[in-house]
Design a protein around this ligand. Structure first.
Ligand code: NAD
Length: 428
């Protein structure tokens, strides 16, 4: 679980400093990229259902837009801080750069808990957020998207407010819209499928036939479900998944040596990715402790739940047979655990490469919205495969060539692309 006085922005800067040293970046480029280009911090006054006005804090941070309009989600969270938003904005810059899409990085948020807001109040938070930044965002400047506790409905309210302010139709202002209202087919599958496109390439390089492999997955939400779907279609077998039990406030693992049956498991899973335990038992699953997913005798681990899950204190519990970790979640592996993985020669597909399918498909949504012409699902997923595969191959080639870890190689590619763009524009 997230711990102590952890500051994600300091961590993002430390990661950047390491890569800046590897790349021998000059001082001014370091100074530029260590900090966001722009930050907006503002009040969002909302008349609540009881007639009182409550003032929420809102943020938008644009870390870098040298490669194109910035892109990044908007989070609604009671514990949101400007530093979290800064870190996430910086990571978006690297994520877009590593898959070579022409976008920069941004992130936004509002300190609020939507569980305690009516639909009308949430709509007012969305519209109020847009009113404060309407001049600083938009299809050619900065394109928001859903993130923690925001969804397609929130995006539509935001789009509507933006269009009222600017007096036109601008579907390319925001992504994560419902299909039929400017959304892209394939977005639901994109992150999980993207994880498996990169995993497929890793297995190919390692000469491990996918049909001879087994995997264990942490999480059973959007990313996990679609990663499992495609991995099983390719012939792999998933023997364990895990999820968070909301009622008991703890995690459980669900194990089936003969392989999980995705559709049957989905039928007993709620919309938050929580699996019904009694029903799972009836389907023959062994129900184990939350950490058990990590200890299974498998070739592949796919952490797809939350951050900080493979740590110094539990990395040794991993089975000796594990060969590959495909990080579906953001930040699942701590730096201490990373060292253990390196010592054990485990091939890691780092988060901002492995899970970049989501933002890549959001980019496709933006492109389609700007054209107001929408592609078939196969076309979207085909383009996604191409992007993810090329990005993976570039990173693995550099990792081999310069004897870097996959994570460092991905950072080197991403940071050098952004630094180059800043340089070419004459900024530094
Ligand atoms: P989700 O909310 O749909 O699913 C999360 C799953 O994780 C649920 O099954 C939940 O029960 C489980 N979970 C939560 N805490 C857990 C714990 N301690 N142990 C075991 N399981 C736990 O979320 P998602 O959209 O699938 O996202 C998962 C991760 O992937 C997050 O880190 C997210 O930031 C990252 N990510 C998602 C996308 C996307 O497009 N959805 C894109 C990039 C990155």
């Amino acid at each position: 679980m997230a711990s102590k006085a952890f500051n994600s922005f300091e961590m993002a800067q430390a990661q950047f400093d390491k890569v800046a040293a590897l790349l021998d970046l000059d001082e001014s480029t370091r100074e530029l990229l260590r900090h966001p280009l722009r930050e907006y911090s503002f009040s969002v006054p909302v008349r609540m259902d009881d007639g009182r006005v409550k003032v929420f804090r809102g943020f938008r941070v644009q870390h870098n837009d040298a490669r194109g309009p910035s892109k990044g989600g908007i989070r609604f969270h009671p514990l949101e801080t400007i530093d979290t938003v800064r870190a996430l904005a910086m990571w978006m810059t690297w994520k877009c750069a590593v898959v070579d899409i022409p976008l920069g990085g941004a992130k936004g948020g509002v300190i609020c808990d939507p569980h305690h807001l009516s639909a009308r109040e949430q709509e007012q938070v969305c519209r109020g957020w847009v009113r404060q930044v309407a001049k600083n965002v938009g299809p050619v400047a900065d394109v928001p998207a859903p993130d923690v506790m925001t969804n397609a409905q929130h995006m539509l309210w935001m789009l509507d407010e933006f269009e009222v302010i600017h007096g036109g139709k601008y579907p390319g202002f925001i992504t994560g819209k419902p299909v039929g209202m400017g959304g892209s087919l394939g977005r639901t599958e994109a992150t999980g499928f993207g994880v498996v496109f990169t995993l497929r390439e890793a297995l190919r390089e390692m000469k491990l036939p996918v049909e001879n492999t087994k995997a264990s997955v942490q999480g059973f939400g959007n990313v996990a479900q679609y990663a499992i779907r495609l991995y099983e279609q390719l012939g792999g077998k998933v023997v364990c998944v895990s999820c968070w039990d909301q009622a008991e406030q703890t995690a459980y693992s669900f194990k089936k040596d003969t392989g999980v049956e995705l559709d049957k498991l989905l039928a007993i899973t709620d919309s938050f990715g929580g699996i019904n335990k009694p029903e799972a038992r009836k389907l023959g699953y062994e129900i184990l402790a939350g950490d058990a997913w990590l200890e299974q005798p498998v070739d592949i681990l796919i952490p797809s739940a939350i951050e900080n899950q493979i740590r110094g204190d539990n990395a040794q519990k991993m089975h000796a047979g594990v060969r590959v970790i495909a990080e579906g979640a953001n930040g699942p592996t701590t730096p201490e655990a990373d060292k253990v993985l390196q010592d054990r020669g485990i091939f890691v597909i780092p988060d901002f490469l492995a899970n970049a399918g989501g933002v890549t498909c959001s980019y496709f949504e933006q492109v389609q919205s700007n054209m107001n012409y929408y592609w078939e699902k196969d076309e979207v997923l085909g383009k996604l495969d191409l992007k993810m595969t090329s990005a993976f191959l570039a990173v693995s080639e550099l990792a081999r060539g310069r004897k870097l870890s996959m994570r460092d190689a991905a950072y080197v590619i991403a940071v050098s692309r952004v630094a180059q763009a800043c340089h070419d524009r004459g900024w530094v």
